[in-house]
Design a protein around this ligand. Structure first.
Ligand code: IVH
Length: 671
């Protein structure tokens, strides 16, 4: 599979650099990996090995330089050969119509083509390529001069250190935006949170903060990305294509990342359609944008139009409503979800964010409130991006009033007054009144009636919705008090189906203990655990009275499950519902023990010392699997299990021709 590569090490090194650059381009720019990561890593390591043997071959554009270098004391200042300007903004349709009119009038033309593209919410950067090699990268700064962030920019895998393809101009300054994909931003913030480090407020701040690191090794760890959208210095000037669109296509050929969301727009109508289409897509784009940009497509026309002060006349940013806004926290409540999850929610003074009035923002969980240190009375920054629920991004600490009040997690559910608990190992606090809580009612009933729980046919979501909404049923126990009349009055429920449902409910009284336990909807208690509990305790009351230590002896029950069961059973509301259910005539059969076909009904005799089990443990295992364990060997004995120092029983077995096995073989039979 290895490409036929030259034996000469220097050639091999050159080949590896080229090949790795090609692979990085496919992975980071085209988002279409050519090789599995492990193959890439192998080639990369080979390149590093050659470099460590021949450090004199390492050039500043070697891919190994992407990991960052020595930390700087400060950034050098870079004078921009061509100033980096800003864009004029527009919010209204009328401003667009005026822009188009100005362009047409300025060009004495009836119609103008525009290149429509996205306005990325990151930071502008200028990349200087000389003969195709990246030599310098600078921030915008004041537009005339910026900071030299070359070492940091080189760590961004989407930015080629060498341009690909042919017809590369001697000097090319590529302008574009450094940004962070939303999912990379979330991952990075999540990691920072778990390490107790500072989180960034939004992807733009994260991108800017990462690029301004004096230590490029830190930047190298940040998931930055880049889109090219413009041009600075160029030599020879004759290289310039006719249009902006052609320029971006040339960039694509050079291996530069260019956003695919771009289109040539031929009229104000097309401009407005583009704005609306992108606006509708905004929430599902994988990165933040704050608008779209229209640029006169022809470079000749661009230069005819020229500039006013610091912004071009030939371009316009058409903005969308901001996704962040400041407001004050009026209170912090908690909400109970369908599964009992308790979410702290900030009640806010109403504020417009992203075109919508926001009055609440989620604070996710208790730890998050502490980490962000959100207090009642605080001024906070709210973000509503993508299709996510508005969230509190950060607190403006120097606006905190003296009487700001810290949040305290309530101990009781605001809906049902059951106790609120945080199970071991969980970030989320929950209402423990699963069977009783109004917020969890519908979910609890649907689960209770589920085919694998009490299997009440005909009690689906639509019926549960009506029963709960009409206050006919509050807990599963109420199901068994339902009369025919109440059911027959429900929407889309005839007499026949009402009758069927009554029968299904009645039938469900005859069930197994395991199904009943599963039907209670105790967190972390699935079907298997329910069966294990039923096998172990054999009665509902025994499960209700089980202690933590005892629960931990049940097969497959660990601390998380045990904690959850205890918390559920400690809640008086749940116990009441269980008692009501039991009182309504439940017949809970105890399923037979887990029978192992190979040993069920067989008689075993144990002798000697086993390598791992005690004799009692072995006996318990065999009996649980349905075997008999006898004290002496006879013709009726099926197996003698012999350990070390087995005595007369072993001799007897041999005399009678009874099968003798060891502990391992016994365990095998039990599987
Ligand atoms: S063109 C001469 N195109 O917006 C025009 N800018 O206010 C120079 N930006 O600093 C900019 N997306 O950071 C241009 N597609 C895009 C852009 C874009 C984002 C940012 C850029 C610049 C600011 C201009």
């Amino acid at each position: 599979m290895a490409p036929s590569h030259p034996i000469n090490l220097e050639d091999r090194y050159a080949f590896l650099q080229k090949e790795l650059a090609r692979l990085e381009h496919a992975y980071y720019v085209l988002d279409a990996p050519l090789l599995p990561d492990i193959e890439y890593d192998r080639l990369y390591r080979e390149m590093l090995e050659i470099e460590s043997a021949h450090p004199e071959w390492i050039s500043s554009d070697s891919l190994s330089q992407r990991v960052g270098g020595v930390a700087l004391k400060e950034f050098d200042s870079v004078q921009h050969a061509v100033p980096m300007l800003s864009l004029n903004n527009a919010f209204e349709e009328s401003e667009l119509v005026a822009f188009d009119r100005r362009c047409r009038e300025g060009l004495h033309s009836t119609h103008v083509d525009y290149a429509g593209e996205l306005k990325f919410d990151g930071l502008a950067i200028s990349l200087r390529y000389e003969n195709g090699t990246l030599v310098r990268a600078a921030t915008r700064g004041d537009g005339a001069s910026g900071e030299d962030v070359t070492a940091n920019i080189k760590t961004i895998r989407a930015i080629p250190l060498k341009l690909l393809g042919a017809n590369i101009p001697a000097v090319l300054e590529v302008r574009g935006e450094v940004f962070m994909y939303l999912k990379d931003f979330q991952k990075m913030n999540h990691k920072a949170a778990t390490l107790g480090e500072k989180e960034f407020a939004n992807p733009r701040n994260a991108a800017a903060g990462s690029l301004r690191q004096l230590d490029s090794k830190i930047t190298a760890k940040r998931p930055l990305s880049f889109f090219a959208y413009g041009l600075g210095a160029l030599e020879p000037a004759s290289w310039l294509p006719e249009t902006h669109e052609q320029l971006l296509n040339a960039y694509v050929d050079f291996g530069l990342p260019v956003c695919p969301e771009r289109r040539v727009l031929k009229s104000v109508e097309e401009i407005l359609t583009f704005y609306k289409e992108i606006g509708a897509k905004r929430d599902s784009l994988p990165y933040d944008i704050d608008g779209v940009v229209y640029k006169v497509n022809s470079f000749t026309e661009q230069s005819k139009l020229g500039f006013v002060s610091r912004a071009p006349r030939f371009a316009l940013a058409h903005k969308y409503p901001a996704q962040e806004a400041l407001t004050t926290v009026l209170g912090i409540d908690v909400q109970v979800g369908r599964t009992g999850a308790i979410t702290p929610v900030a009640r806010l003074a109403p504020v417009e964010v992203g075109g919508v009035t926001v009055t609440n923002a989620t604070l996710h969980n208790e730890d998050e409130v502490q980490r962000k240190d959100v207090r009642i009375g605080d001024t906070v920054s709210i973000r509503r991006a993508g299709d996510v629920i508005p969230e509190v991004v950060s607190v403006i600490k120097d606006r905190r009033p003296d009487n700001a009040i810290a949040f305290v997690m309530p101990t009781q559910c605001p809906v049902c007054r059951s106790h609120i608990e945080r199970l071991v190992d969980e970030a989320v606090a929950r209402c423990s009144g699963g069977l009783f809580c109004g917020a969890q009612r519908k979910q609890a009933l649907i689960h209770f009636a589920h085919r694998r729980a009490l299997d009440i046919e005909g009690l689906g979501e639509k019926i549960v919705d009506q029963l709960v909404d009409q206050n006919l049923v509050r807990t599963p126990a109420d199901l068994y008090q339902l009369g025919f009349a109440a059911l027959a009055n429900l929407e889309r429920m005839g007499e026949k189906s009402a009758d069927n449902l009554i029968q299904a409910i009645n039938k469900s009284r005859n069930t197994s203990l395991a199904r009943f336990i599963f039907a209670l909807g105790i967190r972390h208690v699935g079907e298997t655990t329910a069966k294990d509990l039923a096998n172990h305790y054999q009665s509902m009351h025994a499960v209700m009275e089980a202690t933590l230590e005892d629960l931990l002896t049940v097969k497959d029950v660990g601390p998380v499950v045990a904690d959850s069961i205890i918390s559920f059973m400690q809640e008086a509301h749940n116990r009441e519902v269980i008692e009501q259910l039991l009182a309504s005539g439940m017949q809970l059969s105890v399923e037979e023990k887990t029978i192992s076909a190979a040993v069920a009904g067989k008689t075993f005799v144990l002798t000697g010392t086993f390598p791992s089990l005690t004799r009692d443990e072995a006996k318990a295992l065999l009996e649980k699997a349905g075997a008999k364990v006898a004290g002496s060997v006879s013709k009726k004995t099926d197996y003698v299990v012999a350990g070390a120092d087995a005595g007369s029983k072993l001799t007897k077995a041999e005399e009678l021709g009874v099968t003798v096995i060891g502990e391992a073989a016994m365990l095998e039979l039990l599987k």
